[in-house]
Structures are given as structure tokens and as C-alpha cells.
Ligand binder design. Structure first.
Ligand code: ATP
Length: 501
């Protein structure tokens, strides 16, 4: 790896992502919110295609997995039982010289002397635990008040916030008016019962719903529960574009099994997940299944693999595949007092199942897809002169737009009408894009740059003006080879659906 060219490559990717509508910095016009990103019209398609393919492979194409969609707001007891409230933290060090706040593992060790990686300063604090969870408050709590009881039990009860009489119906409220509960205890801003967390992973809602999911799905072991959704971590140092963010999405499967089968399923899922990445266009040579050594593994895990990818900024984790034993279910069973046992009809035994968890990051995989797809080659311009072509070589199955349709000329009514007819023909089957602006070569380049695998052009031969045998045919251009083939319009749906699935 050449660090200079790799950082240049990363700069080009970030700039392309903004220019072509993949990813924008969140709240950009206000200076940006660190660690949060918004997906534009092309990026959202890529992300959805990735999630849909994961769902298809993990849920729809299997007999043994069901899906769920849990809430983001999480009861504090759930995260106490799982160990997140106590233990989900990174040790942090502050530099007293430049005021940088750093993760302990980022501190430079210069011949035994600790140094700030930002300013080189040596005046550093001791490491302190920093909980990565976002805490919030639920219910009618006035965030402007702290520590005081702010809501009366009834309009006649304890003193409310100073000011005019209290509105009693939501429709009479205006922004900024204090909200008053109809009944219930006085709520204080420090009230522990009003605290909730934004989930730091989707997994815990799966464990907590285990019993309901088991009852309604009537699955027998081994079986899995899958979920895709947002997770939040107050990362100390969001970095590498969307790689490490504070708000991100996960695709998680909890695959429940018998204790004696745990290690077998761990290896099975490691292989399945590697295949998945290959099937979305990430070559095996750039994927690495790192067996996490004992000292790095969570104490309850009997085996974990990190699936890593060679990003331009180094080899980094895409997904963790962990055999978590019966830790989570047992913890929730203990803390809630509710049985989370499985009853085996055949052996008449009751036990807490074990679980293997493949947990993947949506945004990290989107970034891997873009990094892998980005390439530059040479192609002739309108006058036949060679120029640099930027092309995203996405696997057609994840490509944001599957096919672009062009009339050769925009001022020829018959060409335009035929092209629009083809758009209508393809639209129920895939996401297509119509473009009539500019020279045809330019239109191809614009699609190459966002990774559209196929372009259809309607020309005078389509209308049968030159050769009647070519009537109702179009050119179908392949993004990677730039080769064009002549195909019948009646064949288009078949050809394209088979290539983009
Ligand atoms: P890391 O060591 O990189 O912080 P992790 O081991 O804490 O990751 P897990 O808790 O195993 O991550 O979460 C599973 C997956 O969720 C990760 O493999 C990653 O793809 C994704 N993920 C975790 N944290 C983030 C984040 N801050 N931003 C984007 N994706 C994340």
C-alpha cells in the first residue's frame, strides 16, 4: 500500500460521493455535525440495495430465520443487564496542551514516554472511562430545567413553571410551551425512571423479544432472528468518512442453537458471510477473517472472527461474527425474572439456547463497496481523443441505477417517445434513469461515474429508418467493457433482470 496514493484515492472518493449525490455531511449548512452523514439520491439506492440483498439472503431465502424491527429507544434495564451501562466504554485521555480528547490506544508511546499524537505534548491526563452510549430522557421533561421538579401533578397541584396558565391539550400548545402530563408523578430532569438510551447495537432488542419471537414463529432450534436498523455510539473520534460514525446502521443476525453446536455454527456463519461479500463484488483476496485472540475477546465469547477489508486507509473491520454462548439470554432472564428458556419437544428438556451473531455495519459495507468499485481508466472522448474515465464498477446487484435510457437526440420526437416507452417498460422491474441532455458520450460518462452497469440508446435504427431488420432494437452498452450489443426491445426485460438480480 502506498499511503500517499491511497489517501489521494480516498480524497477522490469523498469528493465524488458529494458531487454525485452519494453522501453529504449532515447539517452541512450549519458547519456539519461530526460523526453524522446524510445519504443523497444515489447513495440511498446503494444502501437500500445492500440492505435488501442482505435481507433476501438471510431472511427470505432461508427457512430458519425470521425478521424483526425493534425500537431505538431502549429501557435502561435492558442495557444494564447486557453490561453496556457498566462496561461499554473506551478509555480516554485528554491532552492538557492542545485540549485534544483521544482514545488511549491513539497515544504515541515514544520510548516509554506518552505523547499526544496531535501536538506532541506530554502533559496528558490519566485514562478515564467514557461511556459510548447516548442517554436521553423520555416523557414530559423540560430540558431547560435541571434537577427541579418541573411539572405539577394537576393544574391545582405543585407549582408549575412560572408564566401564564398551562395548556391542557396538545393542540393548544405552541413551540416552547412547557408540556404537562395529565396525571402521574412529578417528573424531575434527574429522575432515573425517565432515562432511556439510544441503542448501541440492534442485538439487544432481539434477545429481549426472544420469547415472543419464538412463540409466534414456532421455530425449532437452530433458528435465527434478523434485524437491520440504526445504532448510536458516541465515538470519541469519528473518522475515515462514514467508516466510524456516531449514528450508523447494522445488519445483525442472532442465530440460536444448542450449546454443543456453537463452534460449528460459528464457522458456518463466518463462511456464509465471506460468500455474501463476494456476491456483492468484494473479492476474496481483499477480505480477511481474523480469528480474534483470547485476550481481545469478550469474556463470554467462546470464539470470534472479525471480517476485515483492505480499505485505502488500511485493513479494518467490516463485521464481527461472534459465538456469544448463552450470555445475553441468561443475563436478561436473570434481570427480568422472565423465563427465556427453550423447550425441546423431543428430549423434554428446558434450556437457554446459545447464540452465534454475525453483526455487519451497513455504512462500512457501503464504503467498502464504493472503495472497491472506484477505478479510473482511459476512454475516447467525442473526438476520439483518449481521456481519463472515472468508473464505479459496482456489482449490478448493488448498483444504484440499473439501467439508463437515452434517445440519441433530444430534438427528435420519435426517438424521445420510444425512449420513454422503454423507461415505462423497465420501470416495474428495476430502477432506471432517463437522460436526454448532452452528447451521448457525456451521458455514458455520467452513468459510469455513478456505476450504472447498463445504458440503452434509442437511435434511428430503432425506428427502422436505416435497416428494417433492426426496427424495435436498441443498443445495450456495458459499463465495464464499453461494448455495445444490439438487442430487441422485447428481450430487454429478460436480459436486464437476469443480469441485475
Ligand atoms: P470497532 O472495533 O471498529 O469499533 P466494534 O468491534 O465495536 O467495531 P461491533 O460492536 O462488533 O463493532 O459492531 C458490529 C459492526 O457494527 C462492526 O463490525 C461495524 O461494521 C459496525 N459498527 C460498529 N461501530 C460503528 C461505528 N461507529 N460506525 C460505523 N459502523 C460501526
Amino acid at each position: 500500500m502506498n499511503p500517499k496514493t491511497d489517501s489521494q484515492r480516498m480524497d477522490k472518493i469523498v469528493s465524488l460521493c458529494k458531487r454525485r449525490g452519494f453522501i453529504f455531511q449532515s447539517s452541512e449548512i450549519y458547519g456539519g455535525l461530526n460523526g453524522a452523514w446524510d445519504y443523497g439520491p444515489i447513495g440511498v439506492e446503494l444502501k437500500r440495495n445492500l440492505k435488501n440483498y442482505w435481507w433476501r439472503v438471510i431472511v427470505h431465502e432461508r427457512e430458519d430465520v425470521v425478521g424483526m424491527d425493534g425500537a431505538i429507544l431502549t429501557h435502561p434495564e435492558v442495557l444494564k443487564a447486557s453490561g453496556h451501562v457498566e462496561g461499554f466504554s473506551d478509555p480516554m485521555i485528554d491532552c492538557r496542551v492542545c485540549k485534544a480528547r483521544l482514545r488511549a490506544d491513539q497515544i504515541i508511546n515514544n520510548k516509554g514516554e506518552k505523547q499526544c499524537p496531535v501536538c506532541g505534548g506530554k502533559d496528558l491526563t490519566e485514562p478515564r472511562a467514557f461511556n459510548l452510549m447516548f442517554k436521553t430522557r423520555v416523557g414530559p421533561v423540560d430540558p431547560r430545567s435541571s434537577g427541579t421538579a418541573i411539572f405539577p401533578v394537576s393544574p391545582q397541584g405543585a407549582t408549575g413553571p412560572a408564566g401564564p396558565s398551562q395548556p391542557t391539550h396538545p393542540s393548544t400548545m405552541t413551540a416552547g410551551t412547557p408540556i404537562m402530563p395529565a396525571s402521574g408523578p412529578v417528573v424531575s430532569a434527574d429522575d432515573e425512571t425517565a432515562i432511556a438510551y439510544l441503542r448501541p447495537e440492534t442485538a439487544q432488542s432481539i434477545f429481549v423479544q426472544f420469547k415472543n419471537m419464538l412463540d409466534v414463529s414456532r421455530k425449532k432450534l437452530p433458528f435465527g432472528i434478523a434485524q437491520i436498523g440504526k445504532a448510536f455510539r458516541n465515538e470519541i473520534n469519528p473518522r475515515n468518512f462514514i467508516f466510524r460514525s456516531r449514528e450508523f446502521e447494522q445488519m445483525e443476525l442472532e442465530y440460536f442453537c444448542r450449546a454443543e453446536e456453537g463452534m460449528q455454527w460459528l464457522d458456518y456463519w463466518k463462511e456464509e458471510r465471506l460468500k455474501f461479500y463476494e456476491n456483492i463484488g468484494i473479492p476474496r483476496a481483499k477480505l480477511h477473517a481474523r480469528k480474534v485472540p483470547d485476550e481481545e475477546r469478550a469474556f463470554y465469547s467462546k470464539g470470534t472472527y472479525d471480517i476485515e477489508y483492505d480499505f485505502p486507509f488500511g485493513r479494518q473491520e467490516l463485521e464481527g461474527v461472534a459465538y456469544r454462548t448463552d450470555y445475553d439470554l441468561s443475563q436478561h432472564q436473570k434481570a427480568s425474572g422472565k423465563s427465556l428458556e427453550y423447550f425441546d419437544e423431543e428430549t423434554k428438556q428446558r434450556f437457554v439456547p446459545h447464540v452465534v451473531e454475525p453483526s455487519a455495519g451497513v455504512d462500512r459495507t457501503v464504503l467498502a463497496l464504493i472503495c472497491e468499485a472506484y477505478s479510473e481508466d482511459e476512454a475516447p472522448d467525442e473526438k476520439g481523443k483518449m481521456e481519463t474515465r472515472v468508473v464505479l464498477r459496482f456489482h449490478p446487484r448493488v448498483a444504484p441505477i440499473k439501467c439508463a435510457v437515452f434517445p440519441l437526440l433530444k430534438n427528435k420526437e420519435l426517438l424521445v417517445a420510444k425512449a420513454k416507452e422503454i423507461v415505462d417498460l423497465l420501470r416495474p422491474h428495476m430502477f432506471v434513469f432517463y437522460d436526454e441532455a448532452g452528447a451521448i458520450g457525456r451521458r455514458y460518462r455520467r452513468q459510469d461515474e455513478i456505476g450504472t452497469p447498463f445504458c440503452v440508446t434509442v437511435d434511428f435504427e430503432t425506428l427502422g429508418e436505416k435497416n428494417p431488420a433492426l426496427r424495435q432494437t436498441v443498443t445495450l452498452r456495458d459499463r465495464d467493457s464499453m461494448q455495445q450489443e444490439r438487442v430487441a426491445i422485447s428481450e430487454l426485460v429478460n436480459i436486464l433482470t437476469s443480469r441485475v438480480r
